[in-house]
Design a protein around this ligand. Structure first.
Ligand code: CP
Ligand code: NVA
Length: 316
């Protein structure tokens, strides 16, 4: 938790909100999504709860979904955004995160940051007097996982006891899945090559919350009887495109042979962008169990809830 009662609500990781408030986010996302099915995407929700509020989107890495979903989310909530890329702002010329946080806090109502080192977003939050939202760091991607939980629930699956199987690199997305597992009591079978396991701190966090986490190098064992199969790029942003790493990942491709081991109603998730033919085969990616485009759309609905929570309009 980065803030106490009355403190600015930063959303650096799922634990900053906790299970009850994330459940409230998901419920609100479902309601708001249902209430606007016939509206053009840029039209505000009837209550426009963030009218007059401005969100700064700060990017030190590329983005499509995070950028567009936060922009559309703010429009639908009645607010607006401005976008700062490191290449075209003073951040890219070495202005400190601390000074950027203090200046932006005087000019906008909230800040979303996508960056590399997680300590940078902690520094942003430490110096900002407005909410700071993690739009992905090397360590975690909590906004993605709010959307993923929403997507799984929409597809009729209850979270407690769910068997989630991860394939490939033990990365930032997996870390946030593990944090969610501890909060919502679902189990995670993590299959990675040796040397690419997740940070043990996230495994411990999940287990401390009551999740059963299995670490294995056997992708088939992870897939057997799973409810949800998840993967991500083998090479995350900022990592070297190492041939050695890619070679180690090959047995972890989610393909029809792997899907066949899961429950018949299992679903496939991928945060995107996908590298079809690497971490997922084309037939799975395009197949009936793939819900990746629902997942992508849900970034909008999830981000609206995260924003409302950050502004103290949702949750406890
Ligand atoms: N899934 C995700 O965060 O996508 P972008 O990198 O396009 O924002
Ligand atoms: N693990 C990926 C996620 C992209 C949304 C990365 O960090 O590049």
């Amino acid at each position: 938790m980065t803030g106490g009662a009355g403190a600015v609500r930063h959303f650096l990781d799922l634990g900053d909100a906790g299970a009850d408030d994330i459940a409230a986010m998901i419920a609100d996302a479902i309601d708001r999504k249902a209430a606007r099915v016939d509206k053009p995407k840029g039209v505000a929700d009837a209550d426009a709860p963030l009218a007059g509020r401005v969100l700064a989107l700060v990017f030190e890495k590329n983005s499509t979904r995070t950028r567009v979903s936060f922009d559309i989310a703010m429009r639908q909530l009645g607010g607006s955004v401005l976008i700062l890329d490191s290449g075209s702002s003073q951040l890219g010329r070495g202005e400190t995160i601390a000074d950027t946080a203090r200046v932006l806090s005087r000019m906008v109502d909230a800040i979303m940051l996508r960056t590399d080192d997680h300590t940078k977003i902690e520094e942003m939050a430490a110096h900002a007097s407005v909410p700071v939202i993690n739009g992905l760091t090397d360590r975690s991607h909590p906004c993605q996982i709010v959307a993923d939980l929403l997507t799984v629930i929409e597809h009729g699956k209850a979270l407690p006891g769910l068997e989630v199987a991860w394939f490939g690199d033990g990365n930032n997305v997996l870390h946030s899945i593990l944090e969610a597992a501890g909060l919502f009591k679902f189990n995670v079978r993590v299959s990675t090559p040796a040397g690419y396991e997740p940070d043990p701190a996230f495994v411990e966090l999940a287990r401390a919350g009551g999740s059963v986490v299995t670490l294995t190098q056997d992708a088939h064992a992870a897939a057997r009887g799973a409810d949800v199969l998840v993967t991500d790029t083998w090479i995350s942003m900022g990592q070297a495109d190492a041939a050695e790493k890619k070679a180690a990942m090959v047995p972890y491709q989610v393909n029809t042979a792997l899907m066949a081991l899961a429950k018949p109603d299992a679903v496939f998730l991928h945060c995107l962008p996908a590298h079809v033919g690497d971490e997922v085969s084309e037939d799975v990616f395009e197949g009936p169990q793939s819900i990746v485009f629902d997942e992508a759309e849900n970034r909008i609905h999830a981000q609206k809830s995260v924003l409302l929570w950050s502004f103290g309009l949702l949750g406890i």
